[in-house]
Design a protein around this ligand. Structure first.
Ligand SMILES: Cc1cc2nc3c(=O)[nH]c(=O)nc-3n(C[C@H](O)[C@H](O)[C@H](O)COP(=O)(O)OP(=O)(O)OC[C@H]3O[C@@H](n4cnc5c(N)ncnc54)[C@H](O)[C@@H]3O)c2cc1C
Length: 379
């Protein structure tokens, strides 16, 4: 799903660039008065937020707090119980594993470390194709279209490289999560290994983020405020585009893209009917029995996500990525959509979330210790 149209994205970028303020590194720390202070506020407890926290921890910076709206960590790693079994509502594949002694997918490393069960999955290898008359084999067309699409995105500079080992990806292999504790287990267990209770605020919905060259103040929906010398915002690009969270001064002028919102606006019963009619067309000679249970996740309507994952248009180039993740004052951005190499298209997102939660924050940690932020003037 494309989260942004080209135009809306360009509006976002130009506003970020216009709103970019180069802070004075010699200016004293100016934390706004707040109910609680920390050196670094990490906004969001998904993969990017937890890996950012782990990186600061490893770099000896312990004065941080992770602020998360939900009652658990994991973000778009979200599971539920359906028909008595754990099913994933969000991510459920480790995309790309390892080629020979090449780089290993860091998600796989965490999955193995925390004994999260996965199994080999051939993803598109066992697809059956249908048209309105029933099963019709047009896999050749499907595969050649997929290849053409990939060639096009490589040529346009908008490819996601998780799989392609020649491009620094991991491997062509996928592993499907079959863990009854949920896929989120790998990041929740990782968090447990270093995060202290005082470093975590669950059930804390951020309503307002005030940023400046000297600090960041965050106001929660219960009116409480938190102040930090720095903040790292890992909210999805869908959240940044929406007005669920207010930025002061405002970030970009946000515009809605062409989202596939229609289906999410329907009642469950209507969605069920539509699904049944598609199944009826796929299996014209069979009476498809009504489902015993039905569940339909609505990622777009959820104010914590506003979409599933980013999929940038071909005109989205290096400079756009650089602008998207550029800090404004002492407010930094991380998360799946800020990774140029592993952004969220076709489920590759966790790697983007993990790598962007880690690499930049080592630099940030280094600069915090020096007394000025990474990306700040002289930082
Ligand atoms: C349906 C689906 C399938 C996917 N499949 C795969 C897959 O198979 N493999 C793969 O690699 N990737 C997959 N992805 C993508 C992957 O889940 C994401 O790229 C990754 O989890 C993003 O992590 P993040 O930390 O960047 O963002 P998030 O997980 O979105 O973390 C942001 C956190 O911020 C919190 N938050 C948001 N707003 C507020 C607020 N106002 N106040 C406080 N907290 C807030 C959210 O609750 C969330 O915990 C899938 C995603 C979806 C939705």
């Amino acid at each position: 799903m494309a989260l942004l149209t080209t135009l809306s994205f360009l509006a976002l970028i130009s506003s970020v660039v216009q709103g970019y303020a180069i802070p004075n590194p010699n200016q004293p720390s100016g934390r706004a008065t707040a109910d609680r202070n920390a050196k670094v506020l990490i906004l969001g407890g998904g993969v990017a937020g937890i890996i950012a926290a782990r990186t600061l921890h490893e770099q000896g910076i312990k004065d941080f707090v992770v602020v998360e709206a939900r009652d658990e960590l994991g973000g778009r790693l979200k599971s539920t119980t359906f028909a008595g079994k754990t099913v994933e509502l969000g991510a459920n594949w480790v995309q790309g594993t390892q080629t020979g002694n090449g780089p290993k997918n860091p998600i796989l490393t965490l999955v193995e470390k925390h004994k999260v069960k996965t199994m080999y999955s051939d993803t598109t290898g066992s697809i059956t194709t249908y048209d309105h008359t029933g099963a019709v084999d047009f896999l050749d067309t499907f595969y050649s279209s997929a290849e053409a699409y990939e060639n096009l995105t490589v040529a346009a500079g908008a490819n996601n490289y998780t799989f392609n080992a020649d491009e620094g990806g991991f491997s062509e292999e996928n592993r499907l999560c079959v863990e009854q504790r949920g896929f989120k287990t790998f990041i929740q267990e990782e968090a447990k290994s270093f995060l202290k209770p005082s470093q975590l605020r669950l059930k804390s919905f951020v309503k307002n983020i005030s940023w400046s060259a000297s600090g960041v103040k965050v106001t929660l929906d219960n009116g409480e405020s938190l102040a930090g010398d720095y903040a790292i915002c890992t909210f999805s690009v869908g959240v940044l585009q929406n007005d669920d969270v207010k930025f002061t001064p405002s970030l970009p002028a946000t515009h809605q893209g062409d989202f596939s919102e229609r289906i999410e606006s329907l009642a469950d019963d209507q969605v069920k009917q539509e699904v049944m009619s598609v199944l009826g067309a796929m299996y014209p000679n069979i009476t498809v029995p009504a489902p015993l249970e039905f569940m339909f996740p609505r990622w777009y309507s959820d104010p914590l996500y506003r979409g599933s994952y980013s999929n940038w248009p071909p005109s989205f180039v290096q400079q756009h990525h650089d602008n998207l993740r550029a800090n404004v004052g002492r407010l930094y951005f991380a998360g799946e959509a800020t990774s140029q190499k592993y952004f969220g298209e076709f489920c590759f997102g966790i790697n983007g979330a993990l790598l962007k939660g880690s690499i930049d924050h080592r630099l940030l940690a280094w600069s915090i210790r020096r007394g000025s932020g990474y990306g700040e003037g002289g930082g």
